[in-house]
Design a protein around this ligand. Structure first.
Ligand code: BG6
Ligand code: MG
Length: 223
């Protein structure tokens, strides 16, 4: 670049915010199985394809989507949310550090080695329990979860809260997400989105990889 020209490119990244379920560990499958069991018990139509749209969404939003037009009062909603959560939590019983997805911990460590901060941005109220079981809680500089904000993904609030906890600007953050709603949230927050999964789900991210162990961090950070 000629000396008199100013570099007007984007600022260097200072942080990477990781979604948890479906990025760090395969709990997305357990969430699906929990909803499927509830749907079967309640006689509601539900399958894997319908579940794709629920990825990343809060427990309440997921249940409302599952119920569709069915009229259900608050007590019933609470009962169903508790039932699904009990199925989900039971499926975590045997979770251990071996249950991190291939490449996930290496990716977090690679980010840290480069001097960037790392955070979790998860819609889940069980995020800390999952991180504890994986023995990864201490690896993150900040954790924003289902208790942190009122408006869940696709609202930008959770990722903005994570950036605030890290004391970095949204434009300095990369988000790694497996959910369409999570990519929407990252884009709405003004962050760079890395989608994990098929193009039909996360093709609207800035970068997309089929799996976490395929993420080319060098390419993402220096694009
Ligand atoms: C997200 C999952 O991380 O957390 C969703 O992708 C889930 O499937 C949401 O519904 C809320 O989780 P929890 O543990 O609070 O019910
Ligand atoms: Mg996810």
């Amino acid at each position: 670049m000629p000396e008199h020209q100013q570099d007007v490119g984007r600022p260097a990244y200072r942080a990477v915010i990781f979604d948890l379920d479906g990025v760090i560990t395969d709990t997305a499958e357990f969430h699906y199985l929990g909803w499927q069991r509830l749907a079967d018990e309640e006689g509601l139509a539900f399958d894997r394809a319908t579940n794709e749209a629920l990825r990343g969404r809060s427990r309440r939003e997921s249940l409302l989507a599952l119920l569709g037009d069915a009229a259900v009062d608050e007590d019933e909603l609470e009962r169903m949310m508790q039932a699904k959560n009990s199925y989900y939590v039971a499926s975590l019983e045997t979770m251990s550090p071996q249950d991190a997805l291939p490449g996930a911990v290496d990716l977090v460590d690679d980010v840290r080695r480069r001097g960037l901060k790392v955070a979790i941005g998860s819609s889940s109220k069980n995020a800390r329990m999952v991180l504890d079981k994986l023995e990864l809680t201490g690896r993150f500089d900040a954790i924003a979860d289902g208790h942190t904000v009122d408006d869940a993904k696709p609202a930008p609030d959770l990722f903005l809260a994570a950036a605030q906890l890290l004391d970095v600007a949204p434009s300095e953050c990369v988000v790694v997400e497996d959910a369409a709603s999570g990519v929407d949230a990252a884009l709405a927050a003004g962050m760079t989105a890395v989608g994990i999964g098929p193009a039909e789900r996360v093709g609207h991210a800035h970068h997309r990889f089929d799996a976490v162990d395929e993420v080319d961090l060098e390419a993402v950070l220096h694009a």
